[in-house]
Design a protein around this ligand. Structure first.
Ligand SMILES: *Cc1c(COP(=O)(O)O)cnc(C)c1O
Length: 469
């Protein structure tokens, strides 16, 4: 581990590699107003109106600020139904960056997952991933299949400083593949880069290469969940032996060379407001199957749920997302917020990941049993305290009731995520977030747990409603 540049240069030694041309007003509503708003929202911040939020760290998905280059690219959008110029532009960008020949566009990441899972996953199968993202897990379950997380144990230890906590446990992978080889129960292996669900932790190139070799030795395809691939590659450049002098783009090319394809939410590292895709290296048959499903759910091959202008902005954004000054600033801002929270004694997932700071709610609110949703309670309190919207990634998002045994399943990690939108907020906004968390730390013993009053079966965090116990 190279401590000096674990996160890039010191934050104080550089400034944002852009200036601001357009602003959007935000307002901190009164505390009384916020309390009423979040109560009416069923104590679920997904149900709040965005205008009632002061600093919105719900997600960094589709919330980034596009550049002047991207905005100008919108005007080049070719809105032809079939064969639009913009399609070939984005297809070529993906060939250039990923090295994957076939492109199946979709309106966002989960739509790409729907296409890939719907094509390859059969009921009763097991999908292997270092750690499924929530929508990915949802799509596997919707196929009546089981999502298995094979992340190494250190990835679940929130207080351990290690460079690549997204790495997959290769022994477990091999064991699962041996089982699968007997009964054909594993359709493919997927690697999520960076690993969103445990804090945006990167996966090392060595681990990717080895996982890919093992998977291929069983004759199965190896895919990436590439939503945050540029951030992952930036971490590889900082932290992995032999990559310091390579460009992030070269690192991406090598990384994708180990895979057979990828799904991507372009709302992340392509810095656009909507868009996604499946990319397939060279398996024409798989491409054709995916594209049939795309046409049913998303749209014709050359637009797949997107306007021509979206494809233009995506092509420009994919390259901007690989810009190393941008990546250093973005990941540096995550660390800036993390360092401030750490100084206040907030228990955090370390090292800080690519896109946000993850607060360990089990450690922060040890007096609330996990079945009473400590991370959700913290999320509600942070909105009340500072008008800041984070998101729960714990028992509400990942817990579920076993349909057969009726047993409650609790996830290992009980986190509140503060995801930082790209190029949107300044460090002074981060200071306000830290100050609000600091005030919560002073009164945290008084925070109560929550009880569910409504929950759907799948993806319950989006629409669940709660009451205080
Ligand atoms: C956001 C995300 C997805 C889902 O993408 P959407 O565009 O939100 O549908 C899938 N995987 C990872 C790792 C993500 O971060």
């Amino acid at each position: 581990m190279k401590a000096d540049n674990f996160y890039g240069r010191e934050r104080e030694s550089y400034a944002e590699p852009y200036k601001i041309k357009m602003v959007e007003a935000i307002e901190l509503k009164s505390r009384e107003y916020r309390e009423k708003a979040v109560t009416e929202a069923g104590l679920n911040v997904f149900n709040l109106k965005a205008e009632d939020v002061y600093i919105d760290l719900l997600t960094d998905s589709g919330t980034g600020a596009m550049s002047n280059r991207q905005w100008s690219a919108l005007l080049l959008g070719d809105e032809s139904y079939a064969g639009a110029k913009s399609f070939f532009k984005i297809r070529d960008a993906i060939r250039d960056i990923f090295g994957y020949n076939y492109l199946v566009l979709a309106h966002q990441g989960r739509a790409a997952e729907n296409i890939l899972m719907g094509t390859l996953v059969k009921p009763g199968q097991r999908v292997l991933n270092n750690m499924h993202f929530d929508t990915t897990e949802g799509h596997v379950r919707m196929r009546d299949a089981s999502p298995l997380n094979l992340i190494r144990a250190e990835g679940l230890n929130t207080s351990l400083e290690a460079p690549f906590k997204g790495d997959m446990d290769l022994e477990k992978l091999e064991a699962e593949l041996k089982k699968g080889a007997k009964d054909g129960s594993v359709p493919f292996v997927m690697m999520t880069v960076t690993c969103n669900s445990n804090g945006g932790q990167p996966v090392s190139m060595a681990n990717i290469r080895a996982a890919s070799e093992i998977t291929h030795s069983f004759g199965l395809p190896f895919f990436f969940d590439a939503a945050r691939f540029a951030e992952n590659c930036w971490f590889i450049k900082q932290r992995e032996e032999g990559y310091t002098d390579k460009s992030v783009k070269e690192i991406a090319r090598e990384m994708f060379s180990y895979g057979d394809g990828a799904t991507m939410s372009a709302k992340k590292d392509a810095i656009i407001n909507i868009g996604g895709f499946v990319a397939v290296r060279d398996d024409e048959n798989l491409y054709n199957l995916c594209s049939q499903r795309q046409i049913q759910y998303e749209g014709f091959k050359t637009y797949g749920g997107l306007a021509g202008r979206d494809m233009e902005a995506m092509a420009a954004g994919l390259y901007e997302g690989l810009d190393e000054d941008y990546l250093e600033d973005r990941i540096g801002q995550v660390r800036y917020l993390g360092d401030r929270l750490k100084a206040l004694g907030v228990p955090l997932q370390v090292p800080f990941g690519g896109h946000g700071v993850f607060i360990d709610a089990k450690k922060c609110l040890p007096h609330i049993e996990q079945r009473f949703f400590p991370a959700q309670a913290l999320t509600v309190e942070l909105y009340k305290e500072g008008g800041v919207r984070g998101v729960e990634l714990g028992t509400c998002s990942f817990g579920h009731t076993d349909p057969v045994t009726g047993e409650e399943y609790f996830p290992e990690l009980e986190l509140m995520r503060l995801a930082i939108p790209r190029r949107v907020y300044t460090d002074r906004h981060m200071d306000m977030v830290a100050a609000a968390m600091g005030r919560i730390m002073d009164r945290k013993e008084k925070i109560r747990g929550l009880r569910l009053v409504y929950a759907p079966v799948i993806m319950r965090h989006f629409t669940a409603r709660f009451e205080w116990i």
